[in-house]
Design a protein around this ligand. Structure first.
Ligand SMILES: Cc1cc2nc3c(=O)[nH]c(=O)nc-3n(C[C@H](O)[C@H](O)[C@H](O)COP(=O)(O)OP(=O)(O)OC[C@H]3O[C@@H](n4cnc5c(N)ncnc54)[C@H](O)[C@@H]3O)c2cc1C
Length: 297
């Protein structure tokens, strides 16, 4: 019986494990090794590690956390989680058996839903990017595409004008925004392409052009895409955690979910996905859990 079983051993989960290990709590971290940023060669906007490779960050984080004798790290996919009548939790894994703990921390992240357009997956995280704070500096002032439609295009265009004034919006079908967004595009001479994109042409994930459904080719080195997401794991739903309209696990300010004894931190529970925020959330969730375990609440 562990004090805390953490499902998801990436930025949020390992940060919580560090806080709990330093509080001498027994912790098991189960991790499937599929962090959301695994597609990108460099992590940015993370003080002390700006530009580091995500795989290096993960390896160093695991090494530091594993130094605490009460913390165990296991590369394993958790398949089911259940609350038992005595209030403890049982978690089954694909290939490593079943584990029990008095509390659960979900740090399972989100899964981005990539459109089934040839070339999109290969470019994701390299030249098709989701966030200007993470990757915008490196591609500033280049001809830049925006893969989006609907009223939120207005906010995205206003933001991205800070990084490039050579913008083109690709709506993949008729534009579904109002006249004020059309006026904004006109004011800033921003192109609007409503013809669906048929393929992303690229070299090793570096975008070179978009091929449109009418067979036109549109040269382009960088594309921002705001994609829908899902919870990366079914465990929050299995446990009965409330999921918000934004498809995030609902928590209070101390990272407690709506199921007593289950906590959530990182992307799975916040709307602004950033490494620094996931690390901070894990740290605070670890502190909350430690405090509650020490006080016996
Ligand atoms: C392409 C891309 C690039 C990004 N670049 C940056 C950047 O440069 N800077 C920045 O600040 N942010 C960046 N982000 C955002 C950043 O990746 C996330 O904010 C961060 O990964 C969130 O950390 P997390 O620990 O909450 O979740 P994740 O890092 O997604 O980790 C979740 C972990 O849980 C595991 N898991 C899930 N379900 C189970 C299960 N059932 N059993 C066991 N393990 C499970 C997964 O395998 C994974 O290891 C980027 C995002 C994307 C999509």
């Amino acid at each position: 019986m562990f004090d805390v079983l953490i499902i998801g051993g990436s930025y949020a989960g390992l940060s919580a494990a560090l806080a709990l290990g330093r509080a001498r709590r027994s912790v098991l971290v189960l991790d499937g090794r599929r962090p959301r940023n695994r597609f990108t060669p460099h992590a940015h906007n993370l003080l002390l590690h700006d530009g580091d490779a995500p795989a290096d960050l993960a390896a160093r984080a695991r090494q530091q956390v594993a130094a605490y004798p009460t913390v165990q790290l296991l590369e394993a996919q958790a398949t089911t989680a259940a609350k038992l009548p005595d209030g403890s939790f049982e978690v089954a894994t694909e290939a490593h058996g079943t584990f029990a703990a008095s509390r659960l921390l979900l740090a399972t992240g989100l899964r981005d839903e990539l459109p089934p357009v040839p070339g999109f997956a290969e470019c994701w995280g390299k030249s098709v990017i989701h966030c200007p704070f993470c990757h915008g500096y490196e591609v500033a002032d280049l001809p830049t595409g925006i893969w989006n439609n609907g009223p939120e295009v207005e906010h995205q265009v206003k933001m991205l004008l800070n990084w490039s004034r050579q913008l083109t919006v690709f709506t993949n079908g008729p534009a579904t925004f109002g006249p004020e967004v059309h006026a904004l595009l006109d004011t800033h001479r921003i192109g609007l392409v409503q013809t669906p994109v048929a393929e992303l042409l690229h070299t090793d994930g570096q975008l070179t052009a978009l091929r449109l459904a009418d067979d036109r080719t549109w040269p382009l080195p960088v594309l921002y895409a705001r994609l829908p997401w899902q919870q990366a794991s079914e465990l929050p739903a299995q446990l009965g955690c409330e999921i918000t309209e934004q498809v995030l696990i609902h928590t209070d300010a101390s990272y407690r979910t709506t199921v007593p004894g289950v906590y959530a931190a990182g992307d799975c529970a916040v709307a602004s996905p950033q490494l620094a925020l996931a690390i901070a959330a894990g740290n605070l969730a670890g502190a909350t859990l430690s405090r509650e375990l020490i006080m016996g609440s």
